[in-house]
Ligand binder design. Sequence first.
Ligand code: SAM
Length: 266
Amino acid sequence: MADSAVSRQWLPWRRLLHALIAQLLALLLLAGGVWFAPALIDPPYEWSVLIWIQGALAWGVTRLFGLPRWWGPIQLLLPVGLYFGANWSLSPWWALGAFALIYLFFANALTERVPLYLTNSLTRRALVDLVRPIPSVRFMDLGCGFGANVVAMSREHNVIESQGVETAPIPFAVSWARSRIQGGQVFARNLWHLDLSRYNVVYAFLSPEPMPGLWLKVVQEMPEQSVFVSNSFAVPDVAPDEVLTLSDRRQTQLFVYYPDRHRSDE
Ligand SMILES: C[S@@+](CC[C@H](N)C(=O)[O-])C[C@H]1O[C@@H](n2cnc3c(N)ncnc32)[C@H](O)[C@@H]1O
């Protein structure tokens, strides 16, 4: 356990190092290409084209390194952005502004390694159907994004409380406003500081990163006869009690756990 905590701590640095090595390898490949290219195409070669090729190669190498998919576009746009930023003499305030905007949306990608992506409507319907037979539901969406699940659950007759927590500033502002108008409640609270004992249905769509720690919290805090549903990310080394595979494009899987059945395992 201690070992895995240490390796989780180093994971972002390892990934940054891999991303950097990918850019360097891409540069080597590009240099090799430019070396041999005159046999096929007469030089000179446009810098603005070479820089896109650099980004595309870095994307490819990044995939080979097995980094998460979302690193690909970052690897593409990093050299391209640097090149055009320098060439067009853009004010550094633009870069700062862009960073601030990204941070306001994706704050938890940096701190929790959980980016913002949203449950699709088919999955939300499956979640609602799953919960429908449960009487007196107290629902919590951990990291509720723009609040669509909280709103949908608040409209169900068997749901007496539908809540979400969110700490990224813009998603929180949107989901808070939305819940005031359309139903449910959203709080600006870190999911790790939330007491789960009042919720009998907890939903999470996060990333592989928090799942081991979240599972400990679920088993320790959720009440009897409760259910924990994780979209796409299974709890490592714990067999789910049910798996729903949906017919959307990404074949979304909902991993369903009944904490009661696992408490004696802890
Ligand atoms: C993948 S999105 C899912 C959004 C929403 N639950 C949905 O299914 O549409 C994960 C969300 O969790 C939020 N999040 C990540 N870590 C969090 C934390 N420690 N406390 C509160 N929210 C968090 C992120 O900001 C992001 O909005």
